[in-house]
Design a protein around this ligand. Structure first.
Ligand code: 3HC
Length: 340
């Protein structure tokens, strides 16, 4: 354990001049020691500005992804093939909303407000995961999203449970538990379809063909073109590089695809014994960057829907703010009455 007095260097008294510089050095040393010792950085701890900014960037993008990610599946709630499937899908979409809320709360501990983050999203200035800019034309897409998208999310997010920033790592523990259910329900939808009619099997395979490559893109650009990875790994926010996680994901998919009886749509996919990794075809990176630039198949629809939902919810925010104001007024007058 690092002694608590080490942390006190970032306390509220702000000296000026050379003393302040000395204290900054001391605070930096404490921060470095906490990271090296695998200790968590907590909201009240001193942290370098760049660490704070990186976390706000990553956590808010992650939160936006969860919120925008409700749309491709929300789209199927009324059309799910049975009451049971409807109930499961509705619960899953609600889980994603919850994940967004934990993550917005974690980001708020770093000094950004929920309103600021929401504004960045609806103004189209914030990134969210590329994966949610693809359409969901058939019921089998619900299976492919669960299996591939939630599967990729688990691979990427389990290591984030050990992220050096406390509120982020702790939020990820619960998120990952729920994502495991999501992945299994997607697998089960595909398994059911693959045991059905030829048309159902074809529908499952088509959905896998559509989601396989975008799910590999979720891990981000290749390591040699990932500007943030090295620093985020040094700060122990990220624990593995984008390519390492992509490899892990493919290792997980190959045996599961065999059980399902689906083909992964990459003719070059094979285990390379010399390199000790999966050899795969080149990912369509121009497509990935087009989606990031806002020109994916569903980018504008996703943002339009988000803006409309925000506008439609204005009355709820106003009512909640007014209720909070009245509550505060009431407790103040009670307090004043007690004092008088
Ligand atoms: N979609 C959109 N943007 C992406 C992206 C993707 N798939 N992959 C990378 N990017 C962006 C990065 O955000 C970064 O943008 P910025 O510098 O302008 O902010 C840029 O491309 C360069 O990429 P880097 O590899 O340098 O960026 P990172 O080091 O941040 O790594 C990441 C990217 C792996 C996505 C990392 O941020 C991360 O692990 N984030 C947390 C997990 C997350 O956000 N997942 C999103 C999916 S949520 C989800 O799956 C919900 C579930 O319900 C299914």
């Amino acid at each position: 354990m690092i002694a608590p007095d080490l942390r006190s260097v970032g306390g509220p008294v702000e000296p000026q001049g050379p003393v302040a510089l000395e204290r900054d050095d001391e605070a930096q040393a404490t921060f470095d020691a906490l990271i090296a010792a695998e200790q968590r950085i907590e909201p009240r701890d001193w942290m370098p500005d760049a660490y704070r900014k990186t976390l706000i960037r990553q956590i808010s993008q992650h939160a936006h992804s969860e919120i925008i990610g409700m749309q491709p599946e929300g789209n199927w709630i009324t059309r799910a093939p049975s009451l049971k499937r409807k109930a499961i899908l509705m619960a899953k979409v609600q889980d994603e909303a919850g994940h967004g809320l934990y993550l917005y709360s974690a980001a708020q501990t770093l000094g950004i407000t929920r309103d600021e983050m929401t504004q960045q999203l609806i103004d189209g200035k914030a990134k969210y995961s590329s994966i949610f800019n693809y359409p969901t034309p058939t019921w089998a897409d619900m299976g492919a999203i669960g299996w591939l998208v939630d599967g990729a999310a688990i691979c990427n997010q389990v290591p984030l449970c050990r992220a050096s920033y406390g509120p982020y790592g702790r939020a990820m523990v619960r998120v990952c538990k729920e994502e495991s259910f999501h992945q299994r329900q997607g697998f089960e939808i595909l398994l059911t379809l693959m045991q059905g009619t030829p048309a159902q099997r074809q529908m499952a395979q088509d959905a896998v063909n559509r989601w396989y490559w975008p799910s590999l893109m979720m891990f981000g650009p290749p390591d040699d073109s990932s500007p943030n990875s090295a620093q985020s790994m040094a700060w122990k926010i990220k624990r593995f590089s984008n390519d390492e996680l992509r490899q892990r994901f493919v290792s997980m998919l190959v045996p599961q695809a065999e059980i399902l009886g689906v083909t992964l749509p990459d003719p070059e996919l094979r285990w390379d014994d010399d390199a000790q990794e999966w050899h795969m075809s080149e990912i369509d990176w121009p497509e990935f960057f087009e989606v990031l630039a806002g020109r994916g198949p569903m980018n504008s629809v996703r943002l339009q829907n988000r803006r409309a939902a925000h506008d439609d919810g204005a009355w709820v925010r106003e009512a909640a703010a007014e209720y909070a104001r009245k509550q505060e007024e009431r407790s103040l007058s009670l307090l004043n009455g007690a004092v008088a």
